[in-house]
Design a protein around this ligand. Structure first.
Ligand code: SF4
Length: 493
């Protein structure tokens, strides 16, 4: 039997959870299809990798092609022999380990610097063992290693014309940190190889590690069979308490004992769950409603947040609003008037959106958004990025009110909320019959992907038009839902 080899990806999986490592090797059939938003994140990560190569120009790509790892190893060795100074995606093996390195740069003295590219805007804990295992494999393969460097996106970069990679990236020297991890790397590698040599998946319970540092693709397998509202859905309940409940054999939220250590909000949710009846604080709802001034502008934005900024004056991962919906009511219970804006995808959507806001939101009345901190932050950013309109935009932020507030403060708790207060969760409980189910675009993430599809410019006209209609329907539904939820709050008050 050939000796087992472990890849860098598997090594990182093993550090997160031994069961993930084992399932990845032997039960790939349990991996669900990649969600579209995650596929998009991978694409973005790849685009950042490619841009990083512009920083270290003139390198050679050690492409794997159909020959897979063996071909990549051969090609890398050939490039090194031929005197390449910079190699992208070089493959190296040190017996039990196989790694691909984002960038290798030869130094004057014949040593090689390893550059690990990350699309985050800073160094994260998990980046160090990731680089350390590559350094270990390189040295094991006989490469004379110089520095180990982490290359991440510079979060304060502001686009102005073509992207300059030297300004877009930040380089950190992490040679010392990776050296310190050598013993741990060797120990981990031994443990992971033993795990892969076992005929059975390790018995690892679910826990914090299922989503930290990465979302595990086996959640659907390991988390199956949990009750609908389980102890893992209790908002802001620490893992120590979840583990304590599990050790007591308690998985359903409603089975949590009354004397268990919960905070007041969790306790109220528990009593609603046990009784099956909503909790209503009418005085608090009235207080919230008194804070609204008419005409009322129900406002919602949709945004994209590209890693590599698309528009001048924007930063990496900046939330760029491309769409807005407004439902305007002149007095409580009034039939709302609907107005909307959607960028045309050919240019920066923000100037048009600013005009839409300033032309349609009058000088009086409250702006109501669901989780208004998001809309407020976007308006402030628009004011910062378009100083000519700053005064008008900033005047809006002082009028912002949050429709999520009465739910977040538990002035109203419905058993169907199941510990969540997003609009998608609150709406069907407050306004039965009004739902996002069946809509072609039914959440913010899908809206974002749809707009990015429009931006690609590759869609046939009819399909692009359909997407635009679906986007309008979705964003309009958000503000109409707010009108209906508010109506219900008036009813309760
Ligand atoms: S879902 Fe959790 S327990 Fe299961 S393999 Fe993934 S990380 Fe491990």
């Amino acid at each position: 039997m050939p000796e087992r080899r472990i890849s860098k990806t598997q090594f990182m999986m093993g550090r997160q959870c031994l069961k993930r490592l084992w399932l990845n090797a032997f039960r790939k059939d349990l991996v669900p299809p990649l969600p579209k938003d995650q596929a998009r994140r991978f694409e973005e990560g790849h685009a950042v990798d490619v841009l990083a190569r512009e920083y270290f120009k003139g390198g050679k790509l050690a492409e794997a092609g159909p020959g897979g790892a063996a071909r990549a190893l051969e090609r890398t060795a050939a490039l090194m022999r031929a005197g390449a100074d910079t190699i992208y995606e070089g493959a190296f093996s040190s017996g039990t380990l196989l790694v691909r390195c984002d960038i290798l740069k030869r130094n004057a003295g014949g040593t090689w610097d390893l550059i690990e590219v990350k699309s985050s805007t800073g160094a994260k804990d998990e980046h160090f063992p990731d680089a350390a295992v590559q350094a270990y494999a390189l040295e094991g393969a006989g490469v004379r290693l110089g520095k180990v460097r982490l290359m991440h996106v510079n979060g304060s970069f502001v686009k102005k014309g073509a992207i300059d990679p030297e300004k877009f990236f930040t380089l950190l020297d992490i040679t010392g940190e990776t050296r310190e991890l050598r013993t741990e790397t060797v120990r981990d590698l031994g443990l992971f190889l033993d795990t892969l040599g076992s005929g059975r998946a390790p018995d690892i319970p679910i826990g914090r590690h299922c989503s930290e540092p990465y979302d595990c693709e086996f959640r659907g397998h390991c988390w199956a069979g949990l009750p609908e509202f389980s102890i893992y859905d209790i908002p802001r309940l620490g893992w120590e308490k979840k583990d304590a409940l599990k050790a007591m054999g308690i998985l359903r939220f409603r089975d949590v004992p009354d004397d268990f250590d919960l905070n007041p909000a969790q306790r109220l949710s528990l009593s609603v769950e046990k009784s099956g009846r909503p909790a209503v604080d009418r005085a608090a709802i009235r207080e919230f409603l008194r804070g609204l001034e008419y005409p009322l502008f129900h406002l919602d934005f949709e945004t994209i947040m590209p890693a590599i900024p698309l528009y001048d004056g924007s930063r990496p991962y900046q939330q760029v609003p491309f769409q807005a919906s407004l439902h305007v009511q002149s007095s409580p219970g009034d039939a709302p008037r609907h107005l909307e804006y959607l960028g045309d995808a050919a240019a920066d959507p923000r100037p048009g959106l600013i005009r839409f806001l300033l032309e349609n939101i009058g000088p009086r009345g409250s702006l109501l958004a669901y989780n208004s901190a998001f809309e407020t932050a976007r308006i402030k950013e628009l004011a910062g990025d378009f100083p000519g309109q700053a005064a008008g935009l900033l005047a809006l932020t002082g009028r912002m009110r949050d429709l999520m507030a009465p739910f977040r403060s538990q002035a109203y708790v419905h058993p169907e909320f199941k510990g969540r207060v997003s609009l998608k969760r609150v709406l069907p409980a407050m306004v039965p019959g009004m739902t996002y189910k069946g809509m072609p675009i039914a959440d913010g993430s899908a809206a974002q992907l749809a707009y990015l599809d429009l931006l690609s410019g590759k869609l046939p006209a009819a399909e692009a038009e359909k997407i635009r209609e679906n986007l309008k329907r979705y964003c309009g539904q958000d503000t109409l839902a707010m009108v209906k939820v508010l109506e219900r709050l008036y009813g309760l008050a």
